[in-house]
Ligand binder design. Structure first.
Ligand SMILES: Nc1nc2c(ncn2[C@@H]2O[C@H](COP(=O)(O)OP(=O)(O)OP(=O)(O)O)[C@@H](O)[C@H]2O)c(=O)[nH]1
Length: 359
């Protein structure tokens, strides 16, 4: 297990569908003192690179990436190159001056490949860590967007925080169904209503579990397992479902998203966690969108946290202390297209965690 590594540069990913207000938010964020030492990377797709003109950041602190070709491949390639080069390109007197990075992705991006690059690339992972995924959601168009665009659902499902933009354009009676729909996709992420990009930097920074100030990280917020209506039982799963009696169009993509939370009462063996991580890493499907867990390991006083995007996991991190009285192990899965096979797999993973037995 590793200790939280304050020397890794935190990276915040700002995602959200086309026109959902990312640049407006970014523009507001970069004026705040917390982001004075941030390097901003804007990834634009296609011919028209306009976003950077809208961002009121010193051009010294701004990197524009232009992508053509396949969104996912070119983003991955460009990002690796940019992140590799910026340490020397943006150093003063031989020292890197920026303390954090903010990446605005193109609205069509699936965030997963970008996150995988940050977490696994041999030249990138040792230098950077994902601080959080923030997704803007245009309240005016989100229903339609979610109906038609898988990427938008993935952006919402994977986010650590949702910024609900343009609420001024939404009639009061439309808000309920809209929030309900977001509940079904990502019940745990905190949501902030944002008018014309106005959001305090501290609400979108430090969403991960590392805290350079040495404070105990806010695991409760990170895991937010209360939103899954967890009742304490032994290794028991609770599925976050739509409310009964609700009728949805069967073909709606986001009806395929489910969130599960497991709680394990007894401390678990370290081997169980190792086996569990191996099992998940071997899982070949991409239908596990996000996994987060906090673990009480036998014989240790400090909790271990793990988080993964699809089958890629950050190395487990030992926190300085338990953040609250609750010292049970808890795991959250956000999944897509929950087939019988996927359910069986999650059950098996759960069993491995509770017992350590791989079969
Ligand atoms: N009414 C209203 N308009 C907003 C709000 N936030 C952003 N907008 C407008 O929405 C439009 C799109 O905002 P952008 O910030 O460019 O969106 P984006 O996600 O960066 O767009 P792409 O880069 O094209 O994906 C702009 O005209 C903004 O002025 C809001 O809270 N209310």
């Amino acid at each position: 297990m590793t200790d939280p590594a304050p020397d890794l540069v935190p990276v915040t990913l700002l995602t959200g569908f086309l026109g959902s207000g990312k640049t407006t938010v970014l523009n507001n964020l970069v004026r705040q003192p917390e982001l004075a030492d941030a390097l901003v990377i804007i990834n634009e797709f296609g011919e028209m690179a306009l976003d950077h003109m809208l961002v009121a950041h010193s051009t010294e602190n701004l990197v524009m990436e232009m992508s053509n070709g396949c969104v996912c491949c070119s983003i991955r390639h460009d990002l690796v190159k940019t992140l590799r080069d910026i340490t020397w390109r943006y150093s003063r007197n031989g020292e890197r001056w920026f303390k954090r990075i903010l990446i605005e992705t193109t609205g069509l991006a699936d965030p997963a490949p970008i996150i995988h690059t940050l977490m696994t690339h041999p030249r990138i992972a040792p230098q950077y860590r994902l601080d959080g995924i923030v997704a803007t959601v245009d309240m005016g168009t989100v229903m339609d967007t979610l109906d038609h665009h898988q990427e938008a659902i993935k952006q919402v499902a994977m986010a650590d925080a949702l910024l609900l933009t343009k609420s001024d354009l939404v009639a009061e009676e439309r808000r309920g169904p809209l929030l309900h729909r977001l509940d079904a996709i990502n019940p745990a992420a905190p949501r902030w209503e944002v008018r014309d990009g106005e959001i305090a930097a501290h609400q979108v920074l430090g969403l991960g579990l590392f805290d350079a100030t040495g404070k105990t990280p806010d695991v409760a917020r990170w895991l937010n397992e209360a939103s899954y209506a967890v009742q304490s039982t032994h290794a028991h799963a609770h599925e976050h479902e739509h409310e009964h009696g609700q009728h949805h169009d069967e073909n709606r993509h986001d009806d395929h998203i489910r969130a599960f939370c497991f709680t394990i009462e007894q401390p678990i063996a370290e081997d169980s966690l190792t086996n569990w991580l191996e099992l998940l890493a071997d899982f070949s499907g991409s239908n596990i969108l996000r996994v987060k867990g906090i673990f009480n390991i036998e014989g240790t006083a400090r909790p271990v946290v793990v988080h993964g995007v699809q089958h890629v996991f950050h190395p487990p991190v030992t926190l300085p202390a338990w953040p609250s009285e609750d010292q049970r192990s808890r795991v959250v899965f956000i999944t897509r297209d929950v087939s019988r096979e996927l359910k069986d797999f999650i059950e098996r993973a759960n069993h491995v965690l509770a017992t350590g037995a791989l079969s």
